[in-house]
Design a binder for this molecule. Structure first.
Ligand SMILES: *[C@@H]1O[C@H](CO)[C@@H](O)[C@H](O)[C@H]1NC(C)=O
Ligand SMILES: *[C@@H]1O[C@H](CO)[C@@H](O)[C@H](O)[C@H]1NC(C)=O
Ligand SMILES: *[C@H]1O[C@@H](CO)[C@H](O)[C@@H](O)[C@@H]1NC(C)=O
Length: 314
């Protein structure tokens, strides 16, 4: 290759590397799907790319500009990386817990002494703990078992829906669609518990103080939030047009996407109760991670609403 072309190629790669928005996100969940949709249909900034990952990556990889995760992972990372900022909530998900009536479960209190599936150190584990505490149950009152999620029936060995159907567990609580698939596997024996005022997942976007103070990166992030807002408008008001796209993106059946859609509130903002919500959850995160709970002032710094202010300014 002629040296000139080699230089040109390298220069081009550098430019793309600097200007493109790199977003780390878990590519397997329904929650992430507005992001590829926004990039494909509405985003007007410099190129943007999604890579597999999450908020843990933004703490260590300087090439990552944005990350998406539940608030639980955000709090875990913020505890040791105080430069992380939560800037936008994509979706609030009212997690559900499905139980087997054949195990004698009619109320939440009946879960005392039972085996409950969930994913340790995740938003799902916090949800189970919080929901059962409303029935007066402590975590020593039941046994927590780990398992795998399932996106599509038939759910294999070791997945929560299969464990529930084969009585290895009496109930499980996690994000969708595993709960829906578990309920369908049990049929008439399924009973579902949900209380969004007790817990909802706050699946959000994160950046860092450094990235947000870089004018070019910030401009692209603002453009991305605008594109996400347009996307969430479609997801909320014209969901029929996206069920098939979402199903294909995460390997689900279209009918199941439609069934679990109402569990997802496409938010596109930062909720007014976010600070007290995070303060309460951080007490649990601190216990799990053997670190001190963060002070109110420190948690207030975690929330940066100035990017949304820029979106508002147009
Ligand atoms: C949800 O939880 C709140 C707070 O514990 C409680 O007041 C409310 O009755 C619950 N709602 C349902 C439907 O159980
Ligand atoms: C933090 O704020 C909450 C809610 O306003 C309050 O109950 C709590 O006492 C505060 N904690 C500290 C350490 O100031
Ligand atoms: C996205 O933009 C911000 C700023 O203008 C608004 O506050 C949000 O309500 C809006 N979200 C959606 C889903 O449109």
């Amino acid at each position: 290759m002629h040296l000139f072309y080699l230089f040109a190629l390298v220069a081009q790669l550098l430019v793309v590397g600097v200007l493109s928005l790199k977003i780390a996100t878990s590519l397997q969940w329904i929650e992430h799907t507005p992001q590829p949709y926004a990039i494909k249909n509405f985003y007007k900034g410099d190129t943007a790319q999604l890579v597999s990952g999450g908020v843990a990556n933004i703490a260590t990889d300087r090439t990552i500009d944005l990350a998406a995760n539940a608030e639980t992972q955000g709090l875990i990372q913020y505890g040791s990386h105080p430069n992380i900022r939560i800037i936008y909530t994509i979706v609030d998900v009212g997690y559900r817990l499905v139980a087997n009536k054949a195990s004698g479960i009619k109320t939440l209190a009946d879960l005392k002494g039972k085996k409950i599936g969930t994913m340790q150190s995740s938003s799902a584990a916090y949800f189970v703990n919080k929901l059962l505490s409303t029935a007066g149950l402590k975590d020593t009152d039941y046994t927590v078992l780990s398992g795998q999620i399932c996106m599509k029936a038939p759910c294999g060995q070791g997945t929560f829906p299969q464990m529930l159907a084969s009585r290895q567990i009496d109930a499980f609580g996690i994000w969708e669609p595993a709960v829906e698939l578990g309920a369908r596997a049990l049929g008439d024996n399924a009973i579902i518990f949900q209380n969004t005022s007790v817990y909802r997942e706050v699946y959000s976007l994160y950046s860092t103080k450094e990235k947000l103070s870089d004018p070019t990166t910030r401009k692209n992030i603002v453009a991305f939030l605008k594109a996400l807002n347009q996307t969430l408008d479609v997801f909320t008001n014209n969901p029929q047009s996206v069920y098939a796209t979402v199903a294909a993106a995460v390997g689900m059946d279209v009918s199941i996407v439609e069934a679990v859609w109402p569990v997802h509130k496409w938010s596109g903002t930062l909720a007014p109760d976010l600070l007290p919500f995070l303060m309460e959850e951080d007490q649990w995160v601190a216990k799990q991670n053997r670190q001190q709970a963060l002070s109110n002032a420190t948690l207030a710094t975690f929330i940066d609403s100035s990017v949304l202010d820029d979106v508002r300014k147009g």
